[in-house]
Design a protein around this ligand. Structure first.
Ligand code: FEO
Ligand code: CA
Ligand code: CA
Length: 683
């Protein structure tokens, strides 16, 4: 079996109820190792002194571095007839049901929270769920049908990958709404439940590698009332794998920091890793964030840069470094290979021959994803969170401006521009932020903020750092300018309706604990278990370097006595929500939130929730669906005009093992679980 001594890699300090397997496979026990950010950035810094220590930090020589809770029954289209989609009620509080806010056509009665043993996909009364594509489904004519007992790397390369995360669907022009192209990230793999234990170790490793990457696949439907099905052998179908060439773009492309023995030019990278969330650009391409890339590399682990990114001299969970030397970054030849991951990737789904790109101008960190909005002057503005406890929130502003209809030009917009990191200041007395989550006397967690420059006009703004160093070692550069340490920024998404920007801070159980950053008005709860959602208002100018902010939600379950905040909306009338992760908007500007971690938080399965942003019902949270046992909800897409929503169900049954599966979603035929993209629409 490919996983080397996996139990040994599951550290004792895995926190909460989170699966130890997930901790090892998804993020290399990131939380068990403690925060990577030990910087003291919120205090006055002696920049000159910091500059003097730069060489030491970068490892020495040549810059190389080293809702109404009716207990509703959901309809279910389980193809094999198992699974009723029933929810069992639960003890949560009730969400005022039914009436869609703000004119949304997607009216529904909120479902009750779903208990942790439930392996069904739960939807509101009157809706049904349909699997569009599952792990292992063949994408091409020559790809074999999925066979649990006969999987191979060759087959996997031609099949849908594992752990679907970010998902986007665009209609194919002139197809009468009947054809679309879907883009999907495959964040990581759960080899423990994918493959029989007797699988040859080398074969298992290659299968796991082939199940990473990205998929582009065509969809078709008869009408908006019918669910999509995927098109085997569609012209746009594509798997992007670990041997697919990516072009590095921007100021750090070709720098000493991105060169390796295998790529002395430092401009061509093979593959993408840890692809978590993403975003659709105004010019129709897709962005994907390379998040937990550190878990794939064994590195010297001695430089400040290695430490700051969580790179260590320890065997990795999948042991790829034993078979593919580029994943062993301890020697000179491959020491920069990890520097070629941790970027925002751009893919053109309409051109299967195009070379995907990694944009160095947006900085290198554990990108959850990135989302772009056009400023009034036409510049492209991308927001991106670094998803690790106590890390930062970033904004990129392109040098050039968008040209309507000129896709080739627009595809260059993320190659050059200014890079900023966020600092938030609260407006309430510090004594009123007591760590409980109690709202301060002025009635809001709110204040002002600044975007602190890291790069302006093609020049580093960080003393002692070259431009290339700022972009490759962005975390270290940001530490020196004093940004706010955040409670794990996941999706950051601007509303195209209002320009306001929403940030899902998923949780941070180290907040306010001994030796860690204390609570502040932006991150007001100690040992933040359930997360919160930030609203940023740049007052109509997305290029502004100042803004106002407030917390839209402080998550939790009021019925269990959690200290929560729903923008003043009655807590007894909302669906309980925990660990916000991915964000989306419907056509009338309501925010939709998918969650990852509710089992560890409020003790229910994860789900998808609608949040009203405007009017008297601002802050009302209504649960639309719940995913099966041990899964997280990813990649939400809401088409309220079609009364339809889509989610990616990631790592169902992650705590199981071969022969003792804990989930059987979506086939319910006695086999194990398969990560699946699901469409929900009226039954
Ligand atoms: Fe892959 Fe930030 O979740
Ligand atoms: Ca305040
Ligand atoms: Ca995520």
């Amino acid at each position: 079996m490919t996983l080397i001594d996996l139990p040994l890699l599951m550290k004792d300090s895995v926190r909460g109820k989170r699966s130890a397997v997930t901790c090892a496979l998804k993020c290399a026990n990131q939380c068990a190792s403690g925060p990577c950010n030990h910087s003291d950035n919120s205090r006055f810094r002696d920049i000159a002194s910091a500059a003097l220590t730069r060489r030491r930090m970068l490892g020495g020589t040549s810059g190389a571095v080293a809702i109404a809770l009716a207990g509703t029954l959901g309809a279910c289209s389980n193809p094999s007839g198992g699974g009723s989609g029933a929810s069992d009620g639960g003890s949560g509080s009730g969400a005022g049901g039914g009436a869609a806010p703000n004119g949304s056509a997607l009216g529904f009665e909120a479902i009750a929270p779903v208990d942790l043993e439930t392996d069904e996909f739960t939807v509101p009364e009157g809706f049904a769920w349909h699997p569009i594509i599952r792990w292992g489904d063949p994408l091409f004519e020559d790809a074999p049908d999925f066979d649990w007992n006969a999987q191979s790397a060759e087959a996997q390369e031609r099949q849908f990958g594992y752990n679907n995360d970010y998902t986007e669907i665009q209609e194919i022009p002139d197809s009468d709404g009947k054809r679309a192209v879907m883009f999907v990230n495959h964040e990581y793999t759960n080899e423990n439940i994918m493959l029989p234990p007797e699988t040859d170790e080398a074969a298992a490793m290659e299968i796991g590698m082939a199940a990473h990457g990205l998929t582009v696949v065509e969809l078709q439907r008869e009408s908006a009332e019918e669910p999509y099905t995927y098109v085997r052998d569609g012209e746009l179908n594509r798997r992007i794998l670990l041997d697919t060439e990516f072009a590095l773009t921007g100021p750090a492309a070709g720098s000493e920091l991105t060169r390796t023995a295998a790529d002395p030019e430092g401009r061509t990278v093979l593959g993408t890793l840890g692809n978590c969330a993403g975003g659709l650009t105004p010019w129709g391409t897709l962005l994907s964030g390379e998040e937990n890339f550190h878990g794939y590399f064994r590195a010297a682990g001695t430089s400040e840069a290695d430490k700051r990114y969580g790179l260590a001299d320890e065997a990795t969970a999948r042991n790829w470094e034993a078979a593919h030397e580029r994943f062993d970054a301890r020697g000179e030849d491959h020491r920069n290979e990890p520097n070629r991951f941790g970027w925002i990737v751009e893919v053109d789904p309409f051109d299967p021959e195009s070379t995907p790109r990694k944009h160095t101008a947006l900085g290198r960190f554990k990108h959850e994803g990135a989302n772009v909005i056009l400023a009034e002057d036409g510049r492209a503005v991308a927001y991106s969170g670094d998803d690790e406890v106590f890390d930062y929130l970033y904004k990129f502003v392109s040098r050039d401006t968008y040209v309507e209809g000129d896709t080739e030009h627009n595809k260059t917009l993320l190659e050059d521009g200014d890079l900023f990191v966020a600092k938030f200041t609260g407006n309430s007395p510090a004594a009123e932020i007591d760590g409980s989550g109690a709202v301060p006397a002025d009635g809001a967690f709110d204040g002002t903020g600044e975007w602190l420059p890291l790069v302006l006009d093609g020049a580093s703004q960080v003393e002692g750092f070259t431009l290339e160093e700022v972009l490759v070692h962005t975390r270290l550069a940001a530490d020196l300018v004093g940004p706010t340490k955040m409670d794990r920024c996941e999706d950051v998404e601007p509303s195209l309706a209002t320009g306001r920007v929403y940030v899902a801070c998923t949780n941070n159980d180290g907040r306010g604990t001994e030796g860690e950053a204390p609570v502040d008005e932006m991150n007001p709860r100690a040992e933040n278990r359930d997360g919160h959602v930030v609203e940023i208002d740049e007052q109509g100018d997305q290029t502004s370097t100042t803004f106002a902010w407030n917390l839209l939600l402080v998550c939790g379950d009021p019925a269990q006595g959690d200290q929560t905040y729903f923008s003043g909306f009655a807590p007894e009338e909302v669906s309980p929500i925990s660990c916000p992760d991915n964000l989306a908007f419907d056509s009338v500007g309501n925010l939709w939130i998918s969650t990852d971690g509710a089992p560890d938080g409020i003790g229910y399965n994860d789900g998808l929730f609608r949040v009203t942003l405007e009017g008297d019902a601002r802050g009302r949270v209504e649960q639309f669906l719940a995913v099966p046992r041990e899964a997280e909800t990813c990649g939400p897409i809401v088409r309220d005009e079609d009364r339809s929503a889509f989610v990616s169900v990631q790592h169902p049954g992650e705590d199981g093992e071969w022969g003792a599966h804990t989930s059987h979603f979506p086939d319910y035929d006695g086999t194990g679980p398969r990560p699946t993209v699901v469409q929900v629409l009226p039954a």
